[in-house]
Every structure is written in structure tokens, then in C-alpha cells.
Design a protein around this ligand. Sequence first.
Ligand code: NAD
Ligand code: GLY
Length: 363
Amino acid sequence: MIEVNVELKDRRYPIRIGANILAASDSYAPLKCGDKVMIVSNPTVAEHYLATVSDSLQRLGCQVESVLIPDGEQYKTLDSLNLIFTALLQANHGRDTTIVALGGGVVGDVAGFAAASYQRSVRLMQIPTTLLSQVDSSVGGKTGVNHALGKNMIGAFYQPCAVIIDSTTLNTLPKREVFAGLAEVIKYGAILDSAFFEWLESNIDDLVALQPQKLQYCIQRCCELKADVVARDETEQGDRALLNLGHTFGHAIETHLGYGSWLHGEAVAVGMLMAADLSHQLGDLSRQDVFRLEKLLVHANLPTVSPDGMTADDYLPLMMRDKKVLAGKLRLVLLKKLGQAYVASDNDAQQVRQAIENCSQFD
Ligand code: NAD
Ligand code: GLY
């Protein structure tokens, strides 16, 4: 088992990464004998892993209960949050309880926000079971739910006491979800670490095949990179925004198509290429490096062109609703070179339009 620490100003917490670690009671520290625990999961994940996690915690001497929220982004809502609160109240959980989020990013975000707000906050442990949640959403404390008028519009920064990543859980994850997670993995290389980007170029086929050692190293490196960014900028006043490479374009795709049509990682893949194209137009990223990014995304079975029929006129109004828009100015994460990103705040609309068109397929 490998441990990566997230060092915050006033505290730290461990990310434990390993194979089959959910079956070992000592993976779950700081939980200990006598602790009360509410596991939050969904029916899909619970079928595979709830018994293993419950048994390990019971062997540790914890008093364990569980509540399931429905599976899917459309259930990342206040209603699901309320289901968790009801279960906690019905079972008399007080401020000394611990919420354990067992699932992908949806469960992690909802359960995390439940922990941030139940009785003005209780302890949270994250057990992410998708590649996206293992390399991104479970680390760093962003929690929340969607509102009918916008994604992730209600939430809080609330850090877990520990993150437990069992890489073998990815064996039951649908392949398309694995590929979508690889988009976020590739993002870390592109924005922060050119050596990791090169490593990905050499090892992408093994990652697609879920080769255990490569997968563990990949998760570890992403967690180290994210932990470092979060340590520098817990509440996204600066550098943390770099983690959004491709996301402003990608969110426009997700909103235009309706959530659930393209997966988040798929939309981010195309968005990263648009950002790379714009970076090239600005004279920063070489054409060859744009191709390297495209090739890596193709090897990860990710899309590299805009959805059929979606035009620049569809993107631009949606992009202006992004949380990074300040005083009516579109701010985009762009690349100086592979491994070095920055936030560009004065983007030329014509160049943005061109980048979108360069990544679109016309008949
Ligand atoms: P998800 O949670 O919807 O999981 C994808 C699907 O895989 C679901 O059907 C789920 O039940 C299933 N699943 C999960 N683990 C499984 C396993 N091991 N075996 C079989 N099936 C499994 O999707 P996601 O991609 O993990 O997360 C997306 C969410 O994460 C979005 O709501 C997004 O906003 C959020 N997110 C949050 C942050 C953050 O910093 N908090 C960062 C990125 C994304
Ligand atoms: N996923 C972006 C962040 O955690 O800031």
C-alpha cells in the first residue's frame, strides 16, 4: 500500500492506494473500534463492494449502517442529500459519526456535502471506485449537488479525513468509464508534468488494459499532482483553476447534448484539444505537441472531434456561463507547452471560434 499525503495549512490527510485494500481493516484509519459509521453508496457499487467495506469496518469494531442513493448524475440533487440526512437521523447519528462515501464522483460529491452540512459537519472518508474519482474528485474537498439551473451550483469545500483507493475496483467499472477517467489522467500530464505525459505516451495501452502496476503508479502520480495543487490553493484562488483544462469547452458540450449523452471525460478530451489548438494559434504550443495530445487521446479511446452538428455558435453562449467568467471576460486554461498551463483572461472570440472549428468535423 502506498500513501500520498495532502498537506493543508492546518492539517493533513492520507490517500492510501493499493490492490485489494478494502478487505483489510487497517486501511481505514483513523476509523477505530467503537466509531459509528454511515456508508453512502448506490445500488450498482453496493452490489460489488458494500459487503467487503462493511465487513472490514465491523471487524475493526465500528458500528456500521448504510444508505443508498439512486445511481446517476441526475440524482446528484438535494433530494439525494435529504435521503442521507433522513437515514442519519433515523439511526440517531450524532456529530461523532463518520460518513463513508463508497462510489464514483456522484456519490463522493453528494456524500461529501452531506458530511459538510449534517449537524454543521461530521467526519468524511472517501472510497472512490471510478478512475475519475480516484484521480480527481475524491481528493481536494470539492463537494456538492446540482441545481435544475446549473451543475455543482450548491456545495462546500470539505476535506475528507482519508481517501482509500483500491485499484482493483476498476475491474468491474464499464470500459467507457475507464476511458473517460483517462481523459483526466492525460490532463494532469498536459498541465503539470511533461515527464508524466511522456510516461503516458509509452504506457497508455497497458492503462487501457488495466495492467495492475502501471495503473497503481498512474493513480499515485495523479494523486501526488492533485495533492500538490490543493496544498497550494485549497479554495481555488489561483493555481487550482489549472485543473480545468478543457473543461469550459467540455461543459458546453455536456450542456448542449444534455447530461449523460457524452461522459464528462469524453467532453473534456475534445475540450483539451480545442484549448491546445488555441494555444498553438497564440504561438505557444507546437503543432507537433497538439498532435501528441490528440494521439494519446485516440489511444485512450476518447473522442477528438466536436459532436456532430454542434457549431461554434452553440459553444460560445454556453462557455460564457462558466464559473471562471469574470466581468464578462472568458477565462480559459491554455498551454504554454506540454506540462505547463496558465489561465488566459483576455481571449479573442475569433480565435476561440477558430479553435472550435479546427476540432469539428464538417461533411
Ligand atoms: P459516477 O459517479 O456517475 O460513476 C459512473 C458509473 O459507474 C455509475 O453508474 C456508477 O454507479 C458506476 N460505478 C462506480 N464505480 C464502479 C465500479 N467500481 N464498478 C462498476 N460500476 C461502478 O461518475 P464519475 O465519473 O465517477 O463522477 C462524475 C461526477 O464527479 C460528476 O458529478 C462530476 O461533477 C464530479 N466531479 C467532481 C470533482 C470534484 O473535485 N469534487 C471533480 C471531477 C468530477
Ligand atoms: N476537479 C477540479 C478540482 O478539484 O479543482
